[in-house]
Design a protein around this ligand. Structure first.
Ligand code: NCD
Length: 328
């Protein structure tokens, strides 16, 4: 038999990687991003939006594979990573329908699961119920690991899309009054967004029931940063001045005492009545899912940005995937 080589490797473009400071890097915490890096990501995300609007997708990550490993439920984070990879021409191993269908249910450790997936994939996105799990996974893996939520710890890609949305909707990040409402104790998106916002000249208002106040460690970072900050139990105290109203769900799954959850679950509801008192130019955001904190009649208010925020998530994740793979 005449065995002719299938590929002429010399003639192929190869796997050149662009050195952008993110190539090969894990994305574990928002503490990795300074203002310059944030502007870079946002610029790339705007390019991704333009290419999706213009051509639906592009072959930038053709041949690359993403492993999406989710030990907790997800709709937006998992789907947007999958959509992001596919719109860039790459492929996905989706372990997002619950790890009960993977060998995790046979007792496989996180370390072994990660070491296995990196044999197939160029990048791993992980959501896991334990704080520090993404960092641990990154120590097992030689490919980049992206933290898609580590318990009540951080959710860095969500806060990148949150910050991008604020910039996009209001045209600036400096000088804003940001009010965060709801479960500030267990809500990881609040933790990450708060830390990111400390890089800007903002004032922060934290609105929660007593038992769901922002953790002390994060409050101390806020105080050390010297920003204007106040805590309250009442939406009424913040609604008139807020440029951003960041509403969150009470995280039922994090409560050890469900009676406590029952006490606070319906603490807040943003309604058209309340919105009458808000500024004309401001935004209402929510990482979603919502379970009643924003009445659905608010959705038609032009200031309700939560579904635009969802769409921005895909552009941010396209940018991040292309960047860690050295293609953007
Ligand atoms: C958030 C999360 O998982 O932390 N959802 C998301 O990723 N958009 C918020 C939540 O679950 O309440």
């Amino acid at each position: 038999m005449n065995l002719k080589p299938l590929f002429d490797l010399e003639a192929m473009p190869g796997n050149e990687r662009h050195d952008n400071g993110f190539t090969g890097q894990d994305i574990l915490s928002v503490s990795q991003f300074d203002k310059e890096k944030l502007s870079y990501i946002f610029e790339r995300a705007r390019e991704m939006r333009a290419v999706v609007k213009h051509a639906s997708g592009v072959d930038l990550l053709k041949g690359h594979v993403l492993a999406c490993l989710f030990y907790e439920p997800s709709t937006r984070t998992s789907s947007s990573f999958i959509a992001a990879m596919e719109r860039l021409g790459g492929g996905v191993i989706p372990i997002t329908q619950g790890v009960q269908f993977s060998s995790v249910s046979k007792g496989e450790t996180l370390a072994d699961t990660i070491r296995t997936l990196e044999q197939y994939a160029d990048v791993i996105v992980l959501r896991h119920p334990e704080i520090g799990s993404a960092k641990a996974a990154a120590s097992y893996a030689s490919v980049p690991v992206i933290n898609a939520g580590d318990g009540t710890g951080e959710h860095p890609t969500q806060s990148l899309l949150d910050l991008f949305t604020i910039q996009d909707e209001l045209g600036r990040l400096e000088g804003l009054k940001v009010a965060m409402i709801g479960d500030l104790r267990y809500g990881r998106t609040v933790h990450s967004l708060t830390k990111l916002l400390l890089q800007y000249d903002v004032s922060l208002r934290f609105v929660s029931p007593e038992i769901l106040r922002l953790p002390l460690a994060i409050m101390n970072q806020v105080i050390d940063a010297g920003v204007d900050v106040r805590e309250t139990h009442e939406v009424a105290d913040v609604i008139e001045n807020a440029d951003v109203l960041y509403v969150t769900r009470v995280q039922k799954e994090r409560f050890t005492d469900l009676a406590q959850y029952e006490e606070v679950k319906e603490f807040y509801k943003i309604t058209p009545e309340i919105m009458k008192r808000a500024k004309e130019k401001m935004v209402v955001m929510h990482p979603l899912p919502r379970v009643g904190e924003i009445h659905y009649t608010v959705d038609s208010d032009p200031r309700a940005a939560y579904f635009r925020q969802v769409q921005n998530g895909m552009y941010i994740r396209m940018a991040l995937l292309a960047m860690v793979l050295g293609k953007a």
